[in-house]
Design a protein around this ligand. Structure first.
Ligand SMILES: *[C@@H]1O[C@H](CO)[C@@H](O)[C@H](O)[C@H]1NC(C)=O
Ligand SMILES: *[C@@H]1O[C@H](CO)[C@@H](O)[C@H](O)[C@H]1NC(C)=O
Ligand SMILES: *[C@@H]1O[C@H](CO)[C@@H](O)[C@H](O)[C@H]1NC(C)=O
Ligand SMILES: *[C@@H]1O[C@H](CO)[C@@H](O)[C@H](O)[C@H]1NC(C)=O
Length: 645
């Protein structure tokens, strides 16, 4: 049996090897054509030589990813099937570490089986939707994993939400039932009367108890205790292309949208993070991100579920505990988002800063303005910065530690990976088209919007969109490079250098023009934030009376009221050209951050800078270069043009 298996394995490896070889020959042929098309310049050779090792490394890893993904697809496996293989291989290996408690792979499997059995007994079946609202903890994963065994789709609801956004999330997810943990009982109570009357509520609490909170809820903890941990008897096959989760994207505008995550998409996202940066099965991954977002749910937790890696889950991110946690649990890989790095930098230096065993961190949004400082202070050998939207079909990765880059496109073989940067109007985000009505690719150094070509037949290239079809259509652009084709349009402005490295500029619509210059708000934000000890800051353009364009305004979070506005004015003068300096400052004492620590930029922008309407302290940059308190009188002078900005 074993011999037969290994023969099959050797055979398929050979086939793949051969196919890889064919692909390589094809690539070389395409490259020669590209070279000739480029006019055969020496410059081309220089770029090719410099980027070839990077490109080959990426191609090899990408092929590794495709092999695994295709194998799952061929066998029509779902996430729980793949996890079960991991459990069979090492039942007693540690799967999750949470608050000093270890969960083995077998324990996670058993708990998720119990969840499946409870919901099976209650008559739930494939295609049903059961929302989940709970803080980070291993049971969170066990619950959605268990539900997925029956083909139930789980919308992962942000546990920070209250009132309207919460009602909205539950409603657009079409939840028939909602599982919530005891910590959010009050939030659920508050919206009870606005929920559909037939929704079934399940309350989960860390300890088994018999108390009721008066919502007519069922007590899930007790039910889980009472059912067997054997695998549920599944009647309707749950396959690779079925829906698994809805994950909400917060964005800077409007209410959350529910993005559809199928088993195949989950697989592609989390195996992508395993193969492309080359994680190893004996790595220990530190995941302090919220696990209701795709970064935590798929890119973090997915390493345990699909690749059998131990993942350390933290209930809530803590800047001062990031490195001490990594030291305590011997983590070898850490996950981040850019805002976290900023908060961690703001913590005073301590011995643990360099005592960890991290060999790599991966994540997204580490700003070029703090990148070097961060890796030097914390002695990080390798940063894998990637870029890709939850709902998008286009992902790129910086695999060779290039400072500030969010990924690359091959300069020799741009067609290998169907992503592009196209020219757009930076304010509206609409593509600029040539005489044939098609989009125009940007040259190195020219900012444009990032797109991923849609191919519905290939899971990585399909655009699954949102639960709401209308929202999905807004993200698709047609007739891109030929009539009838289509692409996912990210809305992010990127710029590439001559070697094909890509750098984030801004989101379209966030860039504003002032004094005839285009200002990238994300660049200004990063600089402002550095000037104010890494506090949160958002920058946006506001209309001023009849002046053309928009003046820059920064909202800065200063919870303890210790911001030095004089020092900020000095810093701004040194660091920014005059047209990019924020002319207005708004000091926020308390804010609602989105789940991923992003201030609600659009709302702030709409509120403008009228001191009569805004309670927060406002300043304006006066002609002598100082930030002066903005009174109603000054405000009137500014909008009537008596004070020229
Ligand atoms: C919770 O479960 C226990 C044990 O099954 C039961 O006695 C109790 O009534 C349940 N409470 C609620 C609120 O359903
Ligand atoms: C971390 O590694 C050290 C040395 O390799 C070992 O002594 C220690 O027990 C490990 N700690 C944990 C929590 O595994
Ligand atoms: C700013 O953007 C507009 C619109 O794309 C463009 O026409 C203009 O040349 C840009 N200006 C500068 C100074 O880059
Ligand atoms: C604020 O910054 C200015 C200039 O950097 C400095 O002279 C002043 O002492 C600071 N004020 C406080 C209260 O720290």
């Amino acid at each position: 049996m074993l011999a037969k298996l290994s023969a099959v394995f050797a055979y398929s490896a050979l086939v793949w090897y051969f196919m890889g070889f064919m692909v390589l020959i094809q690539l070389i042929l395409v490259a020669i054509v590209a070279y000739l098309a480029a006019g055969g310049s020496y410059q081309w050779f220089y770029v090719a030589l410099r980027t070839l090792p990077r490109d080959l490394k990426a191609v090899c890893r990408y092929i590794g990813l495709l092999i695994q993904v295709r194998s799952h697809q061929r066998k029509n496996l779902n996430i729980a099937d793949i996890f079960r293989q991991r459990v069979a291989k090492h039942p007693n290996k540690v799967c999750f570490i949470f608050e000093d408690k270890e969960w083995t792979f077998a324990q996670v499997e058993e708990y998720s089986n119990k969840v499946a059995n409870v919901f099976k007994n209650h008559g739930y079946r494939k295609g049903d939707t059961v929302g989940l609202m709970m803080e980070n903890r291993p049971e969170f994963v066990c619950i959605w994993l268990g539900l997925s065994k029956l083909g139930i789709i789980t919308p992962l609801i942000n546990y920070n939400l209250r009132q309207r956004p919460l009602i909205h999330s539950i409603t657009i997810g079409n939840c028939q039932a909602l599982i919530f943990s005891s910590e959010v009982t009050e939030a659920v109570k508050d919206i009870m009367s606005s929920l559909p009357s037939d929704i079934t509520l399940y309350r989960w609490s860390p300890i088994s108890n018999t108390e009721t909170v008066g919502l007519g809820e069922k007590n899930l903890t007790t039910m889980i205790d009472e059912v067997p941990s054997s695998p549920p008897d599944v009647i309707e096959k749950v396959g690779y292309h079925d829906r698994l989760l809805y994950i909400y994207t917060s964005g800077t505008t409007g209410l959350p949208k529910a993005a559809v995550i199928t088993h195949s998409r989950y697989c592609f996202m989390s195996l992508g993070v395993y193969h492309v940066p080359a994680l190893k099965s004996d790595d220990i991954v530190y995941c302090p991100l919220p696990i209701y977002h795709s970064a935590g749910a798929a890119l973090g937790i997915g390493q345990a579920i699909l690749s059998g890696i131990t993942v350390v889950i933290r209930r809530k991110f803590s800047a001062s505990q990031y490195f001490p946690d990594c030291v305590q649990h011997n983590c070898t890989v850490g996950q981040y988002i850019g805002e976290m790095c900023r908060y961690i930098l703001a913590v005073p230096p301590k011995p643990e800063d360099k005592q960890h065993k991290l060999r790599m961190i991966y994540g997204n949004g580490l700003k070029p303005q703090i990148w070097t400082q961060f890796v030097e202070r914390f002695n990080i050998p390798h940063v894998v910065e990637f870029y890709g939207a939850t709902e998008g079909n286009a992902n790129i990765v910086n695999i060779d530690n290039k400072v500030g880059a969010i990924g690359f496109v091959s300069r020799i073989l741009p067609a290998v990976y169907p992503i592009s940067i196209i020219r757009v109007d930076p304010e509206t985000g609409d593509p600029i088209r040539n005489s044939k009505g098609l989009c125009i690719t940007c040259k190195p150094g020219e900012p444009g919007v990032f797109i991923g070509k849609i191919n519905p037949k290939i899971p990585s290239r399909a655009f699954l969109g949102y639960v709401d079809e209308k929202e999905s259509q807004k993200k698709i652009v047609h007739d891109v490079f030929s009539k009838g084709d289509s692409a996912f349009i990210s809305g992010d402005l990127l710029v590439s250098d001559e070697f094909g490295y890509l750098f984030f500029k801004d989101r379209t619509g966030d860039t504003f023009r002032w004094k005839g210059e285009n200002v990238s708000t994300s660049e200004v934000e990063a600089i402002i934030s550095n000037l104010v000890d890494y506090r949160d800051a958002v920058v946006y353009g506001v209309e001023v009376g009849s002046d053309e364009g928009r003046a820059g305004m920064a909202a800065i979070l200063d919870q303890d009221g210790t911001l030095n506005i004089t020092a900020l004015a000095d810093g701004v003068k040194k660091a920014l050209p005059s047209y990019a300096r924020p002319l207005f400052i708004r000091i926020l004492r308390k804010v609602e951050l989105t789940g991923t620590f992003k201030l609600k930029k659009r709302d702030l922008q709409r509120e403008g800078f009228d001191p009569l309407k805004i309670e927060d302290k406002l300043y304006y940059l006066n002609p002598s270069g100082m930030y002066e308190l903005l009174t109603e009188e000054i405000y009137v002078h500014i909008i009537t043009g008596k004070i020229r900005l």
